[in-house]
Design a protein around this ligand. Structure first.
Ligand code: FPP
Length: 247
């Protein structure tokens, strides 16, 4: 079964958020409950990513973004880090083979500098295919070696360099200039951020971009997360009254 392989289903009669982001949490606990190594939870979690990303595309969500590896995750045992890197290899290869045909742009966001060369090559390849799909294609983004504070720090550094060069004055820097220097410059801010596994915190995910996002927390562990759970999250989102600071 390939990434985005399912036939598009008729869109349900309800609006869907333009951009949904997920903190794919609970893989370790899912594995522990079954007496399995943590890697087993990540493997099923990656399959859940495939199912849910495909579902989001089918129901008309234009951007789907997941937190796959944080800047802090390198501290995990080497066998767990290696297993995650292997999953990125597998899914990026699969994406490179299928995304053109499925019309889904797969992108990787984060500080990619410490990743192994073969993964960097796969990211370059998928990025090239994504570029040919054009700006209207559904987009699935994997955040790898991503940290919200790290991302903002990098944006500040880039703007400081522009100031140094004299191409912008400090007093002219706008919020839009900051957004333009983030990994997500090419996409709208997330409307809905889902965190499974019962944890209620943001964990350094999309700190700048989440300013007006609606959060949805569920006790379901990510490997157990089904399309029905996505439906529930979207229904809850559709009941929220988003005021963006107004009344
Ligand atoms: C957090 O759960 C999850 C991660 C650190 C990794 C998420 C990565 C995947 C699901 C695989 C992604 C691969 C692709 C190709 C999308 P945890 O391990 O901290 O779980 P715990 O809190 O229960 O220990």
């Amino acid at each position: 079964m390939g990434l985005f392989k399912k036939k598009p289903k008729a869109e349900k009669d309800r609006p869907v958020p333009r951009h949904i982001a997920v903190i794919m949490d609970g893989n370790g606990r899912w594995a522990k409950k079954r007496g399995l190594p943590r890697q087993a939870g990540h493997k099923v979690g990656a399959e859940t990513f495939r199912t849910i990303a495909t579902y989001c595309k089918d129901i008309g969500v234009q951007y789907f973004t997941v937190y796959a590896f944080s800047t802090e995750n390198w501290k995990r045992p080497p066998e767990e880090v290696d297993a995650l890197l292997d999953l990125f290899r597998k899914y990026l290869k699969e994406a490179a083979e299928t995304m053109f045909e499925r019309g889904v742009a797969v992108r990787v966001l984060g500080d990619l500098s410490p990743l192994p060369p073969d993964i960097l090559e796969l990211i370059r390849e998928t990025g090239e295919i994504a570029d040919t799909l054009g700006p209207d294609a559904a987009t699935a983004s994997l955040c790898i070696n991503y940290g919200g504070r790290d991302e903002i720090k990098n944006a500040v550094r880039a703007l400081a360099k522009e100031v140094e060069k004299g191409s912008i004055r400090p007093e002219d820097i706008t919020e839009g200039d900051i957004s333009r220097h983030l990994y997500t410059a090419h996409m709208p801010d997330p409307d809905l951020i889902i965190r499974p596994s019962g944890e209620i915190r943001t964990s350094n995910f999309l700190l700048w971009q989440s300013a007006y996002a609606e959060y949805y927390f569920t006790p379901v562990l990510w490997p157990d997360f089904k399309t029905a759970d996505m439906d529930e999250a979207i229904d809850a989102f559709n009941k929220r009254n988003r005021r963006f600071g107004g009344v």
